[in-house]
Design a protein around this ligand. Structure first.
Ligand SMILES: [Zn+2]
Ligand SMILES: [Zn+2]
Length: 283
């Protein structure tokens, strides 16, 4: 069965085993983060986001699009690092040749700092992560317009009249960093993208937790070690921090135990381990 956790107001469903496969569905954002394997119930999601081209994050793409075609999901919108757009098109072309059926897709190439509207006041901003191949993280932002304090309490007819007249300073825009996704990256991402520490929910990789394979090992592999997150503990302002992409070096039970033992109070209560129940990784 797939794993499901709650992090603040967001649900995360899916599978994540570092180097093997990662795919996460956030129903509240109608978004799937990476497609390391094709899960049936992810095929009708509104939008997809690829972090990078390593196969544990993209190997399920063609299969998922095939399921989407089967259930009449319509054109899929796939956000991805601009540098891998050509390769993904080629991959889809090869699959179309194999199956004699073309998947309906819209690729949305993104560069760090690019922002795209997703509808209903929600936007996504691409951010730079640090991996040996072109890679991105994603920050989901909600923007709302609120009546400026000096107009609060005025009758709605008056507000409507001012609005119609195009009165300046009637509304102020409020921006809320809702959920951020940063996987397959050095811990340096928390310095280069400090807004991650302020996002309501942060979903971040924690490939290594074992003492035997420490920080240096993790950095050589362009991944993160739990020790680095522990060192940065006072800086996390997030309501919830979801740790995912754990490697197979520790079992799910060992991951839970090490987090319970090592995370300092103050952070421990806000950390959600994205690991399956029991003691076996998926598959
Ligand atoms: Zn990975
Ligand atoms: Zn990777």
């Amino acid at each position: 069965m797939i794993t499901q956790v709650q992090a603040g107001p967001y649900t995360l469903r899916g599978i994540s085993v570092g180097g093997v496969y990662t795919t996460l569905h956030v129903p509240e954002l109608d978004a799937v983060l990476d497609v390391g394997l094709p899960l049936r119930s992810f095929a009708t999601a509104g939008r997809y986001f690829l972090s990078h081209g390593h196969l544990d994050h993209v190997a399920g793409l063609a299969g998922l699009l095939n399921i989407r075609g089967l259930v009449g999901g319509g054109r899929a919108t796939i956000h991805l690092p601009a540098e891998i757009e050509g390769a993904v098109r080629e991959l889809l072309r090869a699959h179309a040749a194999l199956s004699r059926a073309e998947a309906e897709v819209e690729l949305v190439p993104m560069l760090p700092g690019d922002e795209r509207p997703l509808g209903h006041g929600v936007f996504v901003r691409a951010l730079r992560t640090h991996h040996p191949v072109p890679s991105l993280g994603y920050q989901f932002i909600r923007r709302t317009s609120k009546l400026c304090p000096e107009h609060l309490g005025k009758p709605s007819a008056e507000i409507a009249r001012l609005r119609k007249a195009g009165a300046p300073g009637l509304f102020e825009e409020h921006e809320s960093l809702e959920l951020a996704y940063a996987t397959d990256t050095l811990s340096r991402v928390l310095e280069t993208e400090p807004s991650l520490l302020e996002s309501r929910v942060l979903v971040i990789e924690c490939t290594f937790v074992e003492a035997e394979r420490g920080v240096e090992h993790a950095r050589r592999k362009f991944h993160l070690h739990l020790d680095e997150l522990i060192e940065l503990a006072p800086r996390f302002q997030n309501e919830a921090v979801v740790l995912m992409h754990f490697g197979q070096g520790a079992s799910p039970a060992q991951v839970r135990e090490v987090l319970r033992e090592r995370l300092p109070p103050g952070l421990r209560e806000r950390v959600v381990a994205f690991v399956p129940e029991g003691d076996r990784w998926f598959g």
